[in-house]
Design a protein around this ligand. Structure first.
Ligand code: ACO
Length: 332
């Protein structure tokens, strides 16, 4: 069973309610039908009812079992507006602005559904950027208790199965924090380990990557990774974490033993933490393209409730997978 098949099986075992903010987007409408047919989650599409139905008819999609909610007509809209105003008035938001946002911006409406427990998870990003999907979540849902920062990771399933756990690895952060501080890097390491455990049943062995292994090079960027490793040990002493490690020292047993002897991580890492977003984003795309890996994500981590982003190039099946991930995260 592939990693995504396992996640789908978990989702199906305890159905959660996922709201899809881009309810008139064609791939999203098709995915909603598939999710219901495969019994992976309960789904609600957000959008003007007539538009959603017209899109479904055009695509030949049967919406039986799929919820549709229209922000312009929903009785909860004023309640969401009032709550959004209360949450954001210190930041200068007026009730009029909050009303406009929940009525006209389906990302804000769907995020408020999640906030008010009218959904268990939210997925969007087929037509909106990562920043636009995340901003309402960062402002409204906020971080989970004990987690200082929201970040992301990819579950990588590499076909040659040589590294990680039978080819399965977590790569973080590949989509959210452009230039993390040492403290943020430590949080990414801990959250990525938690995601690997929750979604792929990994026993995490976390490597904080650098161009240096254990002081082999001296540079402020290396010092940052060393500091992040120290903080990660402090906040999660139970986890197997090591750094700074070069990628080969993290993955290849013989190199790991040579460069970091006795490390519980070196040579057998299954969670790779990249020093910044450029490295993380480039790294996952290289492995995806050059090694033919399945890259599941970006999986947003560290939020108090599950919000998941899609790539704008996503397929219908990608949306189905990301909804399954949100559903499993919602199971807790
Ligand atoms: N964790 C927790 N809270 C955060 C984070 C974070 N990582 N980032 C911002 N916030 C909070 C801020 O504290 C602020 O809260 P407040 O308004 O209550 O004070 C709120 O979110 C908004 O903060 P801004 O600084 O205005 O956020 P910004 O508009 O810069 O957006 C974002 C944050 C969207 C995550 C930004 O960092 C970003 O665009 N990251 C890169 C995304 C991207 O382009 N990824 C690559 C493509 S994805 C791919 O290829 C798969």
């Amino acid at each position: 069973m592939s990693v995504i098949e396992k996640i789908k099986a978990k989702a199906a075992a305890d159905l959660k309610h996922i709201v899809l903010a881009e309810g008139t987007e064609p791939r999203t409408v098709q995915a909603a039908q598939k999710i219901v047919a495969q019994k992976l989650a309960k789904v609600t599409l957000v959008g003007a009812k007539a538009e959603v139905e017209a899109k479904a008819a055009e695509l030949g999609v049967d919406l039986t079992g799929v919820g549709v909610v229209d922000p312009a007509a929903c009785e909860k809209t004023p309640v969401y507006a009032q709550k959004l105003f209360e949450l954001r008035q210190k930041k200068g938001m007026t009730l009029e602005q909050a009303t406009e946002l929940v009525t006209k911006n389906t990302l804000y409406f769907a995020t408020m559904m999640l906030k008010m427990d009218d959904a268990d998870g939210m997925v969007a990003g087929a037509i909106n950027t990562t920043g636009d999907v995340l901003r309402p979540a960062l402002q409204i849902i906020k971080t989970a208790p004990g987690i200082k920062v929201v970040s992301s990771c990819f579950l990588m399933d590499v076909p040659n199965k040589k590294y990680g756990d039978d080819g399965v690895m977590v790569f973080g952060d590949c989509a959210v924090i452009p230039n993390p501080t040492a403290e943020e890097l430590a949080a990414i390491a801990v959250s990525s380990a938690q995601t690997g455990k929750a979604l792929a049943d990994l026993d995490p062995r976390v490597a904080l990557l650098s161009f240096s292994t254990k002081g082999s090079a001296k540079h402020e960027n290396v010092t940052k990774v060393q500091e992040a490793t120290r903080i990660a040990h402090e906040i999660a002493p139970e986890l197997n974490i090591d750094g700074e490690l070069q990628a080969d020292a993290a993955l290849v047993e013989s190199v790991g033993q040579l460069k970091s002897p006795g490390s519980p991580v070196a040579g057998k890492a299954n969670v790779l933490v990249f020093p910044d977003l450029q490295a993380g984003n480039i790294g996952y795309k290289l492995v995806q393209r050059l090694a033919g890996a399945e890259a599941v994500g970006p999986i947003i981590q560290g939020l108090a409730k599950p919000v998941n982003d899609l790539s704008r190039g996503c397929s219908v099946d990608d949306i189905v997978s990301v909804v399954a991930i949100a559903a499993v995260k919602a199971q807790g």
